[in-house]
Design a protein around this ligand. Structure first.
Ligand SMILES: [Mg+2]
Ligand SMILES: [Zn+2]
Length: 175
């Protein structure tokens, strides 16, 4: 049995991109994120969050700060009837050349192996081209770039779809 999954980048997709976010008070959910996730659940998708958190390696916050914020965030999802299957994060800096930092596909492949995910039936939603690159390298062809985070160059994007925010994802994810 395989499962299908919506992989979400965090910053710029779930919450407003503020740069090296680690405090609950700075975490603002993007409008429509809960509705979109309920919609995904109704289509029998699992939801997994895949996030680069180099702020840890850079010393802006520590692993415990990240985990505390994650616990709070998952509680908010839970209060809205949404179960996040898992969260993966890369704590390393670009200089470390690890296998997990997007655009490397390490976190996605780890998730795939852990949950037996059918990548061809799954989606990646990101606000950076590197999110989609990681997805493609992991065998995910269904990609959505959102305009709700980092500034994007739509004319040079390899995304399958580009939309304003996760709120519009139901217009492209139908089954
Ligand atoms: Mg992002
Ligand atoms: Zn890493």
């Amino acid at each position: 049995m395989t499962i299908k999954t919506i992989f979400l980048d965090r910053d710029g997709v779930i919450n407003k991109e503020v740069g090296y976010l680690y405090r609950v008070t700075d975490f603002i959910f993007i409008q429509g994120v809960f509705d979109a996730c309920l919609y995904f659940q109704n289509l029998n998708y699992k939801i997994i969050i895949i996030s680069n958190q180099s702020g840890i390696a850079r010393g802006f916050f520590n692993e415990n700060d990240y985990l505390k914020l994650t616990e709070w965030m998952l509680g908010q999802f839970n209060n809205n009837g949404i179960k996040i299957l898992d969260t993966f994060y890369c704590p390393h800096s670009p200089k470390s050349h690890c296998e997990c930092r997007k655009p490397k596909p390490g976190m996605l492949i780890e998730a795939k192996n852990k949950y037996n995910i059918s990548m061809k039936d799954s989606w990646m939603i990101g606000d950076k081209e590197t999110d989609l690159e990681a997805a493609n390298l992991a065998g995910i062809t269904n990609t959505i770039l959102v305009r709700s985070g980092h500034l994007i160059d739509e004319s040079n994007s390899n995304s399958m779809f580009t939309i304003d925010s996760i709120r519009q994802s139901k217009e492209v994810i139908k089954t």
